[in-house]
Ligand binder design. Structure first.
Ligand SMILES: [Zn+2]
Length: 475
């Protein structure tokens, strides 16, 4: 396909700057909506590369957008840079050892995710300038993918209204076109209020909010038998009401994540969980209030874009790992169970390959896997515009998501190679869409057909705002 090799050379030319950006983000792990230093790094890089920058996108201070080019179609390349709590980990070793006890860490590889996305956008920008073609490329720096649903808020704010196609990727252990399976997900806080009393001297006067939370959890656990088998429900105690067992707890709060295959399925489950909470409040003579924290949709596939991205992967070949990369990955694999490794293959529908610590192949686009499914806020973008995602190998096969092993591998040479490879796949796909009008038209028709069947309903209630965090005081 025309110009495809040129774009890869352009991407290669920017390699050192973006490997540096990724490593700096790795070294300043910031969690949902606190990514002030990370977004400053991304904004500075956008300006350095000559993008027109919009800060405070969708009134989110840690979101940013950079645009380049004139007229023509608009291609959005989506990046992230949020970290996870508790996954602090020293790089390039194969044993758990935090940099900072209980500190944050890039245990989902979003340092690579954002840097590769901006590298791809920079490559497309340079290609547009070199060819003089009309067209615009945008890098969207999206915060709070982990639990913050920032992209759903950005979709609601209209940030993608004039975008033609969106492209993204996620670091992984296999190189493949993303299978566009993700669960719709709502996070809700259930806050119970009772009455405090002395637990020994006046227990009859107390009404325990903690009891209500426990009963709610029991109720939901009984409901599991009677819900769709691919739905998921989990909970975490946000507030257990205090540490004194001799006080009847007057307040308690539990956060629920309710996931289902699609939006209507999730909304129905949400109502059932709310009924159980009301039942728990009734049993304990407490009161309950419900607040939606965030919500995302399920991912919408796009067949023409899947094919276009897959062709880029085939032309480019697997990530060029070397013996040293495999050596370190083998040490990481030694910390995993056989089941970790087997399930990585099962997920993509391939037989286990022995002595293959890193993915030196491309998973066929038609491989029938048995995926275990999470959720992503990229899904809401996929309802707004035709969207495609790559998975590109950056770490050892079998490495669990959200693990110290991902943080440890996050700035290894293999991770850098996967990151640059992902940028090439995304940039190549972007240019195919810009140069092949029939591809653009087919992608849009595919999207229209899917959304005509089930129109998009924003899963965020109208009054819910992102859980923005204050800018930390300058040290
Ligand atoms: Zn992630």
């Amino acid at each position: 396909m025309q110009n495809s090799e040129t774009i890869w050379q352009i991407v290669d030319g920017h390699r050192p700057e973006f490997e540096g950006l990724s490593d700096r983000i790795w070294g300043m792990p910031e969690i949902a909506y606190t990514e002030y230093r990370s977004v400053a790094e991304h904004t500075a890089m956008l300006k350095q590369q000559g993008f027109r920058v919009t800060e405070n996108l969708a009134d989110i201070p840690t979101a940013v957008m950079g645009e380049a080019g004139e007229g023509g179609p608009v291609i959005a390349i989506l990046g992230e840079y949020d970290a996870l709590p508790g996954l602090s980990q020293v790089a390039n070793i194969a044993e758990p050892k935090p940099v900072e006890p209980n500190g944050h860490g890039h245990g989902c590889g979003h340092n690579l995710l954002g840097s590769a996305a901006m590298l791809a956008a920079t490559g497309v920008k340079d290609w547009l300038a070199a060819t003089g073609r009309p067209g615009r490329v945008r890098y969207y720096g999206c915060p709070a993918e982990e639990g913050g649903a920032a992209k759903a808020f950005m979709v609601r704010a209209g940030c993608f209204d004039d975008v033609d196609i969106a492209i993204s990727w996620h670091p992984g252990s296999m190189t493949r076109v993303d299978d566009a399976l993700s669960l719709a997900n709502t996070r809700m806080d259930f806050a119970f209020t009772g009455r405090a009393s002395h637990a020994a001297a006046a227990p009859h006067l107390g009404r325990s909010a903690l009891d209500a939370v426990e009963l709610m959890n029991v109720g939901v656990n009984y409901m599991r038998e009677h819900m769709p088998s691919d739905a998921r429900i989990h909970y975490a105690m946000i507030d257990s009401g205090g540490i004194a067992p001799n006080v009847v707890q007057a307040t308690a709060k539990v956060r629920y994540a309710v996931r289902a295959r699609d939006l209507p399925g999730m909304l129905a489950l949400n109502e059932r969980v709310k009924k159980i909470a009301e039942g728990a409040a009734l049993m304990t003579e407490t009161r309950v209030s419900v607040a939606v924290v965030s919500a995302v949709s399920n991912m919408l596939a796009n067949t023409p874009l899947e094919q276009a991205m897959y062709q880029n992967m085939l032309r480019l070949g697997p990530v060029p790992f070397d013996a040293r990369d495999r050596d370190y990955a083998a040490k990481i694999q030694a910390t995993l169970s056989d089941e970790d490794i087997r399930s990585a293959y099962r997920r993509v529908g391939l037989p286990v390959r022995e002595n293959t610590p890193l993915c030196d192949f491309i998973v066929p686009v038609d491989a029938k896997g048995d995926p275990m499914i999470g959720s992503t806020d990229v899904a809401d973008v996929s309802w707004a515009v035709p969207t495609i995602q790559a998975r590109v190998a950056t770490h050892a096969i079998g490495t669990p998501g959200h693990s110290w092993q991902i943080t440890a591998q996050g700035k290894a040479p293999a991770a850098h190679k996967g990151m640059v490879h992902a940028a090439k796949i995304m940039a190549g796909t972007a240019i195919d869409v810009m140069t092949d009008e029939t591809l653009m038209a087919r992608a849009k028709r595919d999207h229209q057909e899917r959304t005509a069947r089930t129109p998009y309903i924003c899963p965020l209630p109208a009054d819910v705002k992102p859980l923005l965090q204050p800018r930390p005081e300058a040290a």
